[in-house]
Ligand binder design. Structure first.
Ligand SMILES: Cc1cc2nc3c(=O)[nH]c(=O)nc-3n(C[C@H](O)[C@H](O)[C@H](O)COP(=O)(O)O)c2cc1C
Length: 394
């Protein structure tokens, strides 16, 4: 099986290519795809190209720090790993790779509520760098127990994802027959045969993996398929503000709400006692005509005030994207797919490499433009929006 040497992985696109080679097409599409015509997905990353930085020279840039404070804690970098469901299906132990990279680089990893590995196993590796993302279920006792477990294993924050009131229409997945159980056809079997590395590993590890966070709520020995069906049956369509209030009462630590785009929702989340939001359109995976997350930032900031932590994810592929967001007043940044591509294509090395690429690009850019410190109050002055500038001076 071909595995590119790590020094050939120069940017996050290379990680995507390595995952594409390793995974059956239907699984690659599951990660890469977006909702509807995928215009939202494409715009998420394209939007960053409009930003330009104004360098200041003749400054001593030998000391440069990418550390970043959020939620009363200093992290060694400004970029964490976003929650991604079923990561362990793409490569066994993927969630534990994320946990290890987060710990090594001292940044948060948000474990998805529909992960394969358990939060307890990930917390053993990452400690409080592990944040747990809860998908609200229709069963209050399960919600409460998951929150209790997250507290017991020392998760640093509880993240509530609110942007899935309905299952998304992802056209690649429909065409590929992604379902529980997966629909087998001549095409999917051929796809598996053409990607023997993944297929052999899948068969050797017993087929569809068990989602360990859910397994305790089923009879012992339930299969991966039983657990998946059970979790879907307890779906999250009924989630309302009442749930958020209850979670606030149950969870004593930092509470983060993910998937906010409307400034009014951002303000209400703050009023309900949450500690931060993640502005996100779910990586373009829920609907293709969602407002561009980046365009929502100014109104959200105006409504929540200057001190409330506003985090962001969606389309971040380069160090310059991170810096652009911080210049726009974002407090902390997350990325999803690059880390999952790294895990799928290259295992632990791929996840570490993804983080190194982001951090190296960011600190290189900071030195280039004479900016030493991400907590500097004059950060916004280093960037211009070339799009706005062209409009003003055509
Ligand atoms: C394969 C995949 C699975 C995801 N699963 C979840 C999930 O379980 N919970 C969640 O809140 N977000 C989930 N997301 C969304 C990510 O957390 C994040 O919002 C998005 O991927 C950010 O965009 P990016 O991939 O362009 O960085 C998932 C994204 C992908 C690609």
């Amino acid at each position: 099986m071909f595995k590119p040497p790590l020094d050939k992985i120069v940017n996050t696109d290379d990680l995507e290519r390595s995952a594409r080679r390793y995974l059956p097409r239907m699984l690659y599409d599951w990660i890469a795809g977006g909702a509807g015509d995928e215009s939202g997905l494409r715009e998420n990353s394209e939007t960053f190209r409009r930003f330009r930085f104004l360098p200041r020279y003749l400054r001593d840039v030998s000391a440069c720090s990418i550390s970043r404070r959020v939620l009363d804690r200093a992290f060694s970098g400004p970029l964490g790993i976003a929650p991604m469901g079923y990561a362990g299906l793409f490569r066994p132990q993927a969630e534990l790779f994320f946990a290890r990279t987060a710990k090594r680089h001292d940044v948060p990893y948000i474990m998805s509520g529909v992960s394969v590995a358990s939060m307890e196993a990930a917390a053993e590796i990452a400690g409080a760098n592990l944040w747990y993302q809860l998908y609200t279920t229709a069963d209050d006792a399960i919600n409460a127990d998951m929150i209790r477990r997250a507290e017991a294993c020392g998760c640093g924050a509880l993240v509530i994802t609110v942007d899935i009131p309905v299952a998304a229409k992802r056209e690649r997945d429909i065409r590929n027959g992604i379902d529980i159980p997966p629909k087998l056809s001549a095409r999917t079997i051929l796809d598996g045969l053409l990607h023997p590395g993944w297929t052999l590993r899948y068969l050797r590890t017993g087929g569809l993996p068990v989602m360990e966070n859910w397994a305790p709520y089923l009879p012992k020995g339930s299969s991966g398929l039983d657990v998946a069906k059970f979790s879907i049956g307890h779906g999250y369509a009924l989630q309302t503000w009442d749930h958020l209030r209850r979670f606030r009462q149950l969870w004593p630590g930092a509470l983060v709400v993910k998937g906010i785009l409307h400034p009014e929702d951002a303000r209400l989340v703050r009023e309900e006692g949450a500690d931060a939001i993640i502005v996100s359109n779910h990586g373009g995976r829920q609907f293709d005509r969602a407002a561009r997350s980046i365009d929502c930032l100014p109104a959200i900031r105006a409504d929540v005030g200057p001190d409330f932590p506003v985090m962001f994810d969606g389309g971040v592929r380069r160090g310059s994207d991170i810096l652009a967001l911080l210049c726009l007043g974002v407090d902390y940044v997350f990325a999803g797919r690059p880390f999952l591509y790294g895990a799928a294509g290259l295992g632990q090395d791929g996840v570490d490499r993804a983080m190194e690429i982001f951090n190296d690009e960011l600190s290189g850019l900071m030195r280039q433009i004479g900016c030493f410190d991400l907590d500097s109050p004059s950060l916004e002055a280093v960037m211009i929006d070339s799009f706005e500038q062209t409009k003003r001076h055509p």
